[in-house]
Write a protein that binds this ligand. Structure first.
Ligand SMILES: Nc1ncnc2c1ncn2[C@@H]1O[C@H](COP(=O)(O)OP(=O)(O)OP(=O)(O)O)[C@@H](O)[C@H]1O
Ligand SMILES: [Mg+2]
Length: 341
C-alpha cells in the first residue's frame, strides 16, 4: 500500500510517497521544489499553471505516479474552532452543529465547506460535555487548490488544515497523559496547537515565520535577502558571529511568537483547572534555526523538543539531508500518513 502527500507551501512544494510493509513504513520517494514566485496566494490562472507545471515536473523526476493525493491548506486560509457541546450521538451532533456553526464561522455558511471532528469527552460541573473541532474552508480557496491539482492531473482525496497533518505526523509522541504545544513555524505563517492527552484542544495561527526573520536580518544588517537567509541558517541566535547582531535582529520575531504562546498557555490553564503545558514541540523549517530550542526553553521555562517525524514513526530509507531537515517534513509526511496509519 502506498500513499502520496503534497504540501504546497509559500516558499516550497513538497511531495512524499510512503509505503507500508508489515509494521514498517518506508519512504519510497521525497522531493522538494521552490514554489513559483507568486505562488498559491495569486489569483491568476498563469500563476496557477506555473505551480501545476512545477508539481508535474517534480513528481515526474521523483517517479510519483499516483494521481490520488492528500493535500493541506495553510492555517490562515481556514477557520478552526474548538467548541464545547453536550455529549451527543454522531447523528444528533451533526444536526446540532448545523445551527451552531453559523455563530463561530465569520463567513456565510454557503461560502464555506465545513467539517468536524469529535475531540475530548469530559465532565464539567457535573455535566457530560465533549469538545468538537469545527473546520471551515472558504469555497473560493478550495476551488483554487482544486484547480491547481486538476491542471497537474491530480485527484484530491482529502484536504485538511496543516496543523492536522503535523498533529498526525507527531501523534505517537503527543499521545500521552501530558499537555504539549505544537509550534509549527513555516515561512509565512506559524501554526499553533495545544494538544491535551493526545487531542488538539486549541488551534490558531499567526502571520509571521521564517520570511519575517530573514527580512529582519536583512534590514538590521543592511544586507540582501539571499545573504540574510544564509546567515540565518548558519548563525541563527549564536552570539559568536557579528557580535550577536543576527540574533538581536531576529529576536523580536521570536518574541511575537512566544508572546502569543504565553497567552494561549494562560487561556488553556484557565480552561483546564490550572493545567500546565509540559512540552513545546517545534516543527516547520524554522525549527532548524540554530539556538531556537534554547531560546524557547529559556523564554518559556518549558521543556522543548525539536520534532523528528522519521524517528517518531521509525520510517526507513530516508536520505541523510532529509533526516537532518526533519522538522520541515511534518506536514507532507502527516498528509501521506493519513491513509496509512
Ligand atoms: N537551517 C535553517 N535555519 C533557519 N531557518 C531555516 C532553516 N532551514 C529552513 N529554514 C526556514 O524555514 C522556512 C521554510 O519552512 P517550511 O519548509 O516549513 O515552509 P513552507 O512550508 O514553504 O512555508 P509555509 O508553510 O509558511 O507556507 C523558511 O523561512 C526557511 O528560511
Ligand atoms: Mg508549510
Amino acid at each position: 500500500m502506498r500513499t502520496f502527500g503534497l504540501d504546497i507551501g509559500t516558499t516550497s512544494i513538497k511531495a512524499a510517497l510512503l509505503r507500508k510493509e508489515g509494521e514498517g513504513i518506508i519512504l519510497d520517494s521525497i522531493t522538494v521544489a521552490p514554489a513559483p514566485p507568486k505562488g498559491i496566494l495569486s489569483e491568476s490562472l498563469v500563476d496557477h499553471q506555473a505551480i501545476a507545471n512545477e508539481i508535474k515536473e517534480m513528481l515526474q523526476s521523483a517517479q510519483i505516479k499516483i494521481p490520488d493525493v492528500v493535500l493541506s491548506l495553510p492555517e490562515n486560509q481556514v477557520y478552526t474552532k474548538i467548541i464545547e457541546m453536550p455529549q451527543l450521538s454522531e447523528q444528533e451532533l451533526s444536526a446540532a452543529l448545523k445551527f451552531e456553526m453559523e455563530q463561530y464561522i465569520p463567513l456565510p455558511l454557503d461560502q464555506v465547506r465545513t467539517d468536524w471532528q469529535e475531540m475530548e469527552k469530559r465532565e464539567v460541573a457535573g455535566k457530560q460535555v465533549m469538545d468538537v473541532m469545527i473546520v471551515a474552508a472558504p469555497i473560493v480557496v478550495l476551488a483554487k487548490y482544486e484547480k491547481v491539482l486538476a491542471l497537474a492531473s491530480l485527484n484530491p482525496q482529502a484536504i485538511e488544515s496543516e496543523i492536522i497533518s503535523v498533529h498526525r505526523a507527531l501523534f505517537p509522541i503527543l499521545n500521552t497523559q501530558t499537555n504539549n504545544i505544537i509550534v509549527h513555524i513555516g515561512s509565512a505563517t506559524t501554526s499553533i496547537a495545544i494538544v491535551k492527552n493526545g487531542l488538539i484542544s486549541m488551534a490558531f495561527s499567526i502571520g509571521v515565520g521564517g520570511l519575517a526573520i530573514t527580512r529582519a536580518i536583512s534590514v538590521d544588517l543592511g544586507i540582501d535577502l539571499t545573504q540574510a537567509e544564509n546567515f540565518k541558517k548558519v548563525y541563527g541566535l549564536s552570539n559568536d558571529a557579528f557580535e550577536g547582531k543576527i540574533g538581536k535582529a531576529l529576536t523580536p520575531i521570536l518574541e511575537s511568537i512566544t508572546g502569543d504562546l504565553r497567552k494561549a498557555t494562560l487561556l488553556f490553564k484557565e480552561k483546564n483547572g490550572g493545567a500546565a503545558i509540559n512540552q513545546v514541540v517545534l516543527s516547520g523549517g524554522t525549527a532548524l534555526l540554530p539556538g531556537i530550542d534554547v531560546y524557547f526553553t529559556n523564554t518559556l521555562s518549558t521543556q522543548v523538543a525539536v520534532s523528528n517525524v522519521w524517528k517518531v514513526h521509525g520510517i526507513s530509507n530516508v536520505p541523510d539531508q532529509v533526516v537532518v531537515d526533519a522538522p520541515s517534513y511534518n506536514v507532507v509526511i502527516g498528509l501521506a500518513l493519513r491513509g496509512l496509519v
